[in-house]
Design a protein around this ligand. Structure first.
Ligand code: CAA
Length: 253
């Protein structure tokens, strides 16, 4: 078979220093792309650990600070990336936080803080890259949602609402951009071996793992595999889709 090497692209991954984000950066770099990991300004030790963990990739992953909850910060970031590395072809919106508590106890601050990162952040980033992608006639946007956006979860009215919103946003944007060579898809991780899940109480976590048909938490690699697949040049006929990666925890058709 006559196989040509994939075109190297510039990929921006928000939440890039996080458990899932770092592995997404790795797999995109391994696929031949120049990757920019975006996260809040981080302490030197954390950045050093991040770079050391990706040292074998020879500089294919760079770090740029930005706050996805702030529109202007995203605009500055995209301008900086374009100046230093070139046009953004792939955008992975992975930045996310939890503020778990039942609605009866949830403060407006806990609601708004979460919405600003998990949902406004997706708007802020997409809004700043979509024009360029449209002009160039190519783009891959992958938004990270969650199984809990599909099912709801006790103590997560804010998170479940934002994560369901992410897929609604993605479907609408997919329609608006489909004729411009841009795809917009969602990956919905289940419970993975990350700090967010480690923060859930041990008994709740044990019950969740018992309910996962595959019998284990997901790995960052499991999620990155799905993201990299949807970000590929030859995934151009998949748009507006949701790809669940949850070990069978929630199955739907
Ligand atoms: N299911 C059923 N009942 C529950 C419950 C649950 N998961 N959690 C609490 N309750 C009950 C309590 O027993 C209590 O009952 P009573 O009033 O009869 O005593 C009542 O609900 C209120 O409980 P709390 O006061 O403890 O509630 P809280 O507001 O402090 O918060 C919580 C509870 C810690 C958020 C807990 O519900 C919980 O751990 N939920 C799961 C959170 C979770 O899974 N988060 C996922 C984080 S990882 C992630 O989000 C990544 C991803 O995409 C998957």
């Amino acid at each position: 078979m006559n196989q040509t090497a994939p075109t190297p692209r510039v990929a921006v991954v928000t939440g890039g220093l996080g458990g899932l984000g770092t592995e997404i950066c790795r797999q995109l770099a391994e696929a031949g792309h120049q990757v920019i990991a975006v996260d809040l300004p981080a302490r030197e030790e954390r950045l050093q650990a991040f770079h050391e963990s990706l040292a074998d990739l020879n500089g294919a992953v760079k770090y740029e600070p930005a706050d996805v909850s702030q529109f202007d910060s995203c605009a500055d970031l995209v301008a900086r990336v374009e100046q230093r590395h070139g046009s953004v072809d792939i955008l992975v919106n992975g930045a996310g936080i939890t503020r778990d508590t039942s609605l009866r106890k949830m403060t407006p601050q806990q609601w708004h803080d979460l919405m600003r990162v998990n949902l406004d952040g997706v708007f802020n980033m997409c809004r700043n890259v979509v024009e360029g992608m449209t002009t160039r006639g190519f783009g891959r946007i992958v938004n990270l949602s969650s199984v809990n956006g599909q099912t709801g979860q006790f103590g997560q009215t804010n998170y479940s609402a934002a994560k369901a919103g992410v897929h609604g946003f993605g479907m609408a944007l997919a329609r608006e951009t489909a004729r411009k060579g841009i795809t917009v898809n969602t990956v919905s991780p289940g419970y993975c071996d990350t700090a967010l899940v480690a923060a859930v109480s041990a008994d709740v976590r044990a019950q969740i793992i018992a309910d996962i048909p595959v019998g284990r938490l997901g790995s960052a690699g499991d999620i990155a595999r799905a993201v990299t697949f949807l970000a590929a040049d030859d995934a151009g006929y998949i748009t507006g889709a949701n790809l669940p990666v949850n070990g069978g925890y929630f199955m739907s058709f």
